[in-house]
Design a protein. Structure first.
Length: 123
């Protein structure tokens, strides 16, 4: 089963890391990405640019509204994602828990709905 793991980060906390701390975290992350690829768990992963580079849009009554930045004012922002294949939620949690920046933020693990439901959006 596929699980989308959303990595939420505190941009200020990451920017406050020393150069050596950042390089260590980066290397740990790249090593873990390689390990997940080797184990067959990793499908895709990407980091995201700062939420300050984002645009949030809404369409209401046919009208488009675009706002710079994220929709919500929060300390943590979505910093990246990784899509994994796991037997079940427990295995997905175990895989996601080893993501290095989980020590600085949090990881949301959510099952992927491979086909949009016919009866209603959420079951």
């Amino acid at each position: 089963m596929k699980y989308l793991c959303l990595a939420y980060e505190d941009e200020e906390k990451l920017n406050a890391l020393s150069e050596s701390e950042w390089h260590a975290l980066r290397e740990q992350t790249l090593s873990y990405v390689a390990a997940m690829q080797q184990s067959g768990h990793l499908i895709l992963t990407n980091a995201l640019q700062s939420a300050r580079a984002a645009a949030t849009l809404r369409v209401r009554n046919g009208n488009l509204s675009v706002t710079d930045g994220p929709f919500a004012e929060t300390k943590e922002q979505l910093g990246g994602f990784f899509l994994i294949d796991a037997r079940d939620l427990n295995e997905a949690i175990q895989v996601a828990s080893k993501w290095p920046s989980a020590r600085l933020g949090n990881i949301e693990v959510r099952p992927v709905e491979e086909v949009l439901r016919q009866d209603k959006r959420y079951g």
